[in-house]
Design a protein around this ligand. Structure first.
Ligand SMILES: Nc1ncnc2c1ncn2[C@@H]1O[C@H](COP(=O)(O)OP(=O)(O)OP(=O)(O)O)[C@@H](O)[C@H]1O
Ligand SMILES: CC(C)(CO)[C@@H](O)C(=O)NCCC(=O)O
Ligand SMILES: [K+]
Length: 307
């Protein structure tokens, strides 16, 4: 889905101007996209409007971010990021079946690529301000209509990216730290949505806030637990997983009641697990889902065209 959809508009912004100084072999402008989630960082390297590579890392220490700002080349920068992240990189690959930080064999650039940043963690946003060429995306730059002021930028960008890519009406389900539903109608106007604790947070809360419940961890290939469980671990799994999936099904049905031809896209670190479960429990729903981890990057790419 990294292909171009609309013709790019005339570049006018400093971001795009700056990007010209970091050309790849193809002459495309190289830029980095960073989404700061509540659990970890999500990165993408773009060449023009083509997503070259996407990967996840842990939060970086402030000292490393300062070091990044001193990088002379893109290669240096990517090396600094990946040097801190071997463990996370493997986990990310395992989880997404996808890519790791690009190995530093990219064309050497004459300066650092611009960094387009979207964050739902203000304390993290602040420490990226040392990066020389950073641009923080704000909600008013997302052309969705009817947004409320405290809507998360990740929700707005993912919805915008999904709608511009596959069309509206669009419902985005983000199964990350939190589970969110975010929808827009055919006029690209926010319908609204919902926020609840994600799978990991539900298990963690039960483990942390009770006297007798263990911390349950679910592997991404786990099969469905018995519905009526006869031990504590499976009772927790049953309770969390069946209500989670039942909740997703219920929101999807409500969505289809409102918009019978409404589209649905799903993203987030738990998407694979959820899709696997939905295929078993509600195959009719599973077949209708667009599974796309990079929705926020598609949203950013759309925004950059407007800058
Ligand atoms: N390698 C991993 N590291 C962390 N979480 C992972 C990993 N693989 C899968 N997950 C799952 O992904 C969830 C976090 O999802 P994701 O990475 O989309 O979160 P995030 O984008 O940082 O948070 P947010 O919900 O704020 O966007 C965790 O609850 C966990 O269950
Ligand atoms: C809901 C989360 C945490 C999901 O990442 C984020 O989008 C956020 O902090 N949102 C602000 C509240 C809202 O979207 O209504
Ligand atoms: K908070």
């Amino acid at each position: 889905m990294a292909s171009l959809r609309d013709a790019p508009r005339t570049p006018t912004s400093s971001l795009r101007d700056a990007a010209r100084t970091t050309n790849g072999t193809s002459g495309e402008k190289i830029w980095l996209a960073l989404e700061i989630g509540n659990t970890r960082l999500h990165w993408a390297l773009f060449r023009g409007e083509i997503l070259d590579n996407a990967w996840n890392t842990e939060y970086l220490p402030e000292s490393i971010i300062c070091q990044l700002a001193q990088s002379q080349t893109l290669d240096d920068l990517l090396l600094t990021i990946s040097a801190t992240q071997n463990k996370t990189r493997e986990q990310a690959q395992e989880q997404t079946g996808g890519s790791s930080p690009p190995s530093p064999h990219l064309p050497t650039s004459s300066s650092l690529p611009p960094l387009l940043l979207a964050s739902v963690v203000p304390s993290q946003t602040a420490i990226w301000e040392t990066y020389p060429n950073v641009r923080v995306i704000t909600l008013n730059e997302v052309p969705l209509k009817g947004m409320y002021p405290t809507l998360g930028i990740d929700r707005a960008l993912a919805l915008w990216g999904a709608g511009k890519t596959w069309g509206f009406p669009m419902l985005v389900i983000d199964a990350g730290t939190t589970l969110t539903f975010t929808a827009a109608d055919a006029n690209q106007c926010l319908v609204g949505g919902a926020i609840l604790p994600g799978l990991g947070l539900q298990f963690a809360t039960l483990g942390q806030k009770t006297g007798q419940l263990p911390l349950v961890e679910i592997s991404k290939n786990a099969s469905l637990p018995p519905r009526f469980a006869l031990n504590t671990k499976e009772a927790i799994e049953s309770g969390v997983i069946y209500t989670f999936l039942g909740g997703i099904k219920d929101f999807i049905q409500a969505w289809w009641n409102l918009f019978p031809n409404g589209k649905i896209a799903i993203k987030g670190g738990d998407r694979t697990l959820i899709i696997n479960y939905l295929q078993v429990l509600y195959p009719e729903i599973a077949t209708h889902l667009i599974v796309e981890p990079n929705l926020i990057f598609w949203g950013m790419r759309e925004i950059i065209k407007l800058l």
